[in-house]
Design a binder for this molecule. Structure first.
Ligand code: STX
Length: 312
């Protein structure tokens, strides 16, 4: 990883009547522009993510997507869809006076990077994608219905705990009711947020990360990721047949692209990276011995190698 430097600009960008996005720019103000797309959706950014880029060479843009991190209003799912986020990326690009930029995204960030690149291919210099998630029904089911539960049965039991047995057949719908801003019982809502977010946090690291899970013991901290992710999963991320990511892959096959995938990724298993690579054989696929997290050492190493190559 590279040295983490402090932002030389940060602020709040209004993008709709409701939403204001936190953004920050660090690294070299005259460097090669890159935008970092975080996961979840609803995960927000952390300063450590600046470290994927050489601060001497890159003008590093991080922002928190609608409703999460330092963006306001917190955990708001009104006017919050994939296509809103795609246009937010454009608004931020224009606001910063950037013509074209590298797009770097992992997990949900890979979904959003592909959606953005397919909508605005002329704005993307390169793609660096990690832990591929295409938001297809079976990928969402793996996380919320059947798949990952086989690997982590004890944590799955905790995930089911807020639900009644008749709700087990559609956990996304059951959690949607619990996480709704209209839930009259805030304690129940926050307990559900904590259970949802901790389940996902358990899937992310090859080696159990107590700290990452503990962060979501707090229901308020967990609410953005839980409610926003659930909202996107409930709508299959608005990726309809016409706007599906593999169907539109030809829009972006000219863009230099690296795909980094952890072999033992239980959050977004390698099948999706493979499907993407089959549709996009010009990309470079690196399957590494790791789990899901961008910070797992082999993944971080491959990501930094990719941004270093693209910088020179
Ligand atoms: N969601 C996977 C994802 O993007 C399908 C993701 N999961 N957890 C995260 O991201 C955080 C680490 C940001 C919480």
């Amino acid at each position: 990883m590279h040295t983490i430097t402090e932002p030389h600009i940060s602020g709040m960008l209004p993008v709709s009547d409701i939403h204001h996005l936190y953004y920050e720019v660090s690294g070299n103000p005259k460097g090669k522009p890159v935008v970092f797309l975080h996961g979840g959706p609803g995960g927000g950014t952390v300063p450590a993510q600046r470290g994927f880029f050489d601060p001497q060479k890159y003008r590093i843009v991080l922002f928190d997507q609608r409703g999460c991190g330092r963006s306001l209003p917190y955990a708001c799912i009104e006017d919050n869809t994939t296509w809103d986020l795609v246009e937010d990326i454009e608004k931020l690009r224009v606001f910063l006076g950037i013509e074209r930029w590298q797009v770097f995204g992992g997990s949900w960030g890979s979904t959003l990077a592909l959606a953005y690149a397919q909508s605005h291919p002329e704005r993307v210099t390169e793609l660096v994608l990690r832990g591929i998630f295409l938001s297809r029904r079976h990928e969402i089911d793996w996380l919320t219905q059947g798949g990952a539960d086989r690997i982590f049965p004890e944590y799955w039991a905790d995930f089911l705990a807020p639900l009644t047995a008749d709700e087990y057949g559609d956990t996304v719908a059951a959690y949607r009711r619990l996480l709704s801003p209209d839930n009259p019982d805030p304690a129940q809502m926050l307990a559900a947020a904590s259970a949802w977010a901790q389940w996902e946090a358990h899937l992310i690291y090859l080696i159990h990360n107590t700290e990452a899970v503990a962060h979501y013991h707090d229901g308020e901290a967990a609410l953005a990721i839980a409610r926003i992710e659930n909202h996107y999963f409930s709508h299959l991320s608005w990726l309809t047949a016409e706007r599906a990511l593999l169907a539109n892959i030809d829009q972006i096959r000219h863009i230099p692209t690296v795909i980094v995938q952890g072999r033992y990724d239980i959050c977004t298993p390698p099948q999706s990276a493979w499907d993407l690579y089959q549709a996009f054989p010009e990309a470079r696929l690196e399957m590494v011995l790791a789990g899901h997290s961008a910070f797992d050492s082999e993944i971080a190493r491959a990501l930094v190698a990719a941004t270093d190559r693209f910088a020179s």
